[in-house]
Write a new protein. Structure first.
Length: 253
């Protein structure tokens, strides 16, 4: 398994041509990055649905995984406007972001819906990037308990398979700074302990998102398995800085 995982979600910030240029730039940098090329650092990129084919083309021949920002909870059928896990897998999508706080807040997605989407993804060989996080700022022990409970609910009835648990405290998303280091460490260690004792989740990892950027991974060290980046990765050089930090961590193991 890769020792550190770095993911990027572009949300809907980029217009199509901007996204294509970003893919080309990042693909070249990733292909030339020794740790990414060797598989010591795993990088995944999640663009909009319409940008997925361009991303797949740009990252072909590199180790970079391409994901989708959502997936339907339903199988193929009369579900207008949905994009199924089956079709995403068919074109080469390997990860899918599920349960992001914006989906929960803006589109009323429940834990039950999130679990159904995770099940659909795993059924078709797509690794869920399962986003969880407390809505209100809590003390670290209380936040750890809340997130472990949410993780269990979001994986209830989901078939066996590895997942990428993305801890994103809602109150830190879009903030000027990420959550405090000791808060992140307490929660991510609790989440890792929870998945480590579940035989159905062998190979799963825990990463942190929520205003994550350069410098954070070095401070968190082995308390997380990686980072989930947003707007800080819009500048490819900032993304490479995080990949370099990840490389340094793998060298210290």
């Amino acid at each position: 398994m890769p020792q550190v995982t770095v993911g990027v979600s572009l949300k809907t910030y980029f217009r199509h041509e901007h996204a294509r240029a970003w893919f080309t730039d990042v693909a070249q940098r990733a292909a030339a990055h020794p740790a990414v090329a060797a598989g010591d650092v795993r990088l995944f990129v999640i663009p909009t649905y319409l940008q997925v084919p361009a991303a797949l083309a740009a990252f072909a021949g590199t180790p970079v995984l391409v994901g989708a920002q959502d997936v339907s909870e339903f199988p193929p059928g009369p579900y207008t406007g949905e994009v199924t896990a089956q079709e995403l897998a068919e074109i080469g999508v390997q990860v899918a972001e599920i349960g992001h706080a914006e989906r929960r807040r803006l589109f009323d997605e429940t834990d039950t819906v999130t679990a159904a989407k995770a099940a659909a993804a795993l059924t078709h060989g797509i690794t869920p990037v399962l986003c969880i996080g407390e809505a209100e700022q809590l003390g670290a022990p209380a936040a750890a308990l809340a997130n472990v409970e949410q993780l269990a609910t979001n994986l209830h009835g989901v078939p066996a398979g590895a997942v990428i648990v993305a801890y994103e405290p809602v109150w830190a998303i879009g903030a000027a700074e990420p959550a405090p280091d000791d808060h992140i460490t307490t929660v991510t260690r609790a989440l890792r302990a929870a998945i480590d004792v579940d035989p159905d989740r062998a190979g799963s990892i825990v990463i942190y998102g929520g205003s994550a950027g350069p410098g954070l991974l070095t401070r968190l060290a082995d308390s997380v398995d990686g980072l989930f980046l947003g707007r800080f990765a819009h500048e490819p050089s900032a993304l490479v800085a995080v990949l370099d930090e990840a490389t340094a961590l793998t060298a210290s193991v």
